[in-house]
Design a protein around this ligand. Sequence first.
Ligand code: 9MG
Length: 260
Amino acid sequence: MGVINTTPDSFSDGGKFDTLDKAFAQAQQMIASGADILDVGGESTRPGSEAVDEKQELARTIPLIKAIRQLSDIPISIDTNKSAVMRAAVDAGANMINSIWALQLDDSLQVAVELNVPVCLMHMQGTPDTMQHNPDYQDVVKEVFDFLQGRIDAARAAGIASHNIIVDPGFGFGKTLEHNLLLLRSLPEFRKLGVQLLVGMSRKGMIGAILDKPADQRLYGSLSVAVMAAMLGADIVRVHDVAETVDALAMVRAVGQVAS
Ligand code: 9MG
């Protein structure tokens, strides 16, 4: 899954793709590089980020989704928490909803049921503006697991089929470095939830903290964790560097396919 942020304050690319043309060029490059899904977002979720209003989010995402859809039938995910943006995005050609709030806000769960597309339900402790102030767990793996189980149950009860549910432990969303590393090591545990597993660690602070490098120098660290995640059971990895990750994951797949 290639990340396309149309936000001027995105943490990893500093808003490089803040115009439609640039974001569209980025999408084209990701498609050519072998992305399976594009994740389009119009509101930054980096730690400390502030919310944007609906009008602005629509203006940033909908023309881009329409432009990508004219070019390709690649699955497009809309990274949003606003039900009006979900509706408009699916209407414009998006085929999936990525909710860092796990569809807990307003009528988003009901709207996702109506739209009948796959949904990604992510764990987050706190809110994007405060989540990294003091992340606190007794048992991070159990608490994230139980939260995701609860959201799967809520989604199923509302009418979303299991095959349309994807879960995500939410690396960097209200977690210390230790929490993130423990979650990565414990990824096989999350397979027990019985639905698809998505992870997003690309260029994040957990890599910067270990390598002591800024976001634009975290490619090798990002590839390492993408490979580990795939080997530990992730179905989808959300990344900025699609071409490099496609090669790295082809190697993982090849090893997994060797007959024993
Ligand atoms: C929007 N966004 C930023 N980071 C993310 C992550 O790790 N997972 C998902 N599902 N979305 C994310």
